[in-house]
Write a protein that binds this ligand. Sequence first.
Ligand code: HXC
Length: 512
Amino acid sequence: MSMQEKLDILSKLRADVTAGGGQKRIDKQHDGGKYTARERIAKLFDEGSFKEIDVFANTEIDYRAVKNPNEGVIGGYGTISGRKVYIFAQDFTVVGGSLGRVHAAKICKVLDMAMKVGAPVIGICDSGGARIQEGVDALDGYGQIFYRNTIASGVIPQISVIMGPCAGGAVYSPALTDFIMMVQNTSQMFITGPLVIKATTGEDVSQEALGGAATHNQVSGVAHFMAANEDDCIAQIKALVSYLPLNNLEDPPTYPAVEPALAQETLLTVVPDDANKGYDIRNVINAVVDAGSLFEVHQYYATNGVVGFARINGQVVGIIANQPRVLAGCLDINVSDKIAKQIRFCDCFNIPIITFMDVPGFLPGVQQEYGGIIRHGAKMLYAYSEATVPKITIITRKAYGGAYLAMCAAALRADTTFAWPSAEIAVMGPEGAVNVINRKEIAEAENPIEKRKQLVQDYRDRFANPYIASARGFIEDVIDPRETRERIINALWNLSTKRESRPKKKHGNIPM
Ligand code: HXC
């Protein structure tokens, strides 16, 4: 056979692989508001940069008899905004993107190579789950992926993008990665689907209500990002990648500095004079970070906290903040999980953490106690204590009790702590405090209401300020709110050479 004839065979085989499951199934994919795996990759990567690996990997070793070209998944690497990224994208047009032995091996190769070269991995899930015909080989394949997801955790960023069904144990690969994105109406994640639920518990629920993007972004907290459609999702993936280093030995990329969207003067009036009134902490963040750079993670979940990424003077930072507008900014079970996860991601990947604190305390309540607020809140204490990246804390107003510590007080090894003059740092708020320490005095007073009011005011004057904590050295400086950005930029510069290590150990035992 001549070289030309051999090349013709190669072209045909390549064309078969590129065609996936054929035009009929591709049309079905499009009709459902979904792109094909190859279209998704093309839209995500810089033009012409994608290189496929294991192109001809197949269960069938006779190349003339291949039934399922690509085995339902496409893997490879390329660039996004010029930076190296690995990807595997399940191809629903081939056996429903179901996972068999070779499909799993292709994903494992992507994860292994990404680890070896130190590049993030994006996994696009669109699959009917374990390939039923392959039995335990499929189960073992999932196990191999779970193992690699775990070993890669904290070494390379891993992003899971759900763009179709993702059911059964298959959901655990995404759950082991750093971020999960979902697309409204076309993606679902659940352990058991509506039919099994109906048969076992009698509950009636639709696929979307059970495991759609809104459910996992707002209710369960399983997903971190929600997109209106696949184009929106691809834009969000690119945005997320722009904040991340390629691996744990690198720093995040830097960008040209941009002035904040809000004027510094707005910081003088953002905190209401009335301590019981809420405000939007984003108005503080957006006056401090580069315009348009705040990129929230878990935007729709546990909205009593705001976490995400931003840039300050072009440098990527992690943002963690209480949101006084929701539940007065109290820490509850869900927000504790949300914050702890963000702290740990930032610490893994050399992203300095900026914490904005305005917290009246942990949320009181029987359900919170029964739900284990103690072990959930402990995650924050643990994560902040463990983190060795630069940690800068700004107290805008309330900083009470254990929640003051949990939001990265000096004791948890914040490197730099600033307080605004409006800061109130004490064991508990004035109302609660007088109820405990002046209860008898109030009860015995001629006019208990007036007495109480006066004691609350006394307490507020004495304790609800930043100066006692400053006198003890817990606050580096009390600053004019308008200086916040400038002081953070200076602190980041100062801490850029920070070196801190913890005792060597196999691993810690974070409360769960
Ligand atoms: C083999 C599968 C498959 C699977 C789908 N297909 N899922 N083949 N194994 N798990 C095939 C179909 O036979 C069909 O082939 C093609 O993929 C497209 O599927 P359709 O059913 O036509 O598509 P649609 O109507 O859109 O429905 C999608 C679906 C449905 C909801 C995902 O296919 C489905 O319910 N699949 C089974 C889901 C499931 O129970 N998986 C096992 C989960 S347990 P043709 O040739 O007709 O195009 C699991 C355990 C993992 O995954 C454990 C890990 C630890």
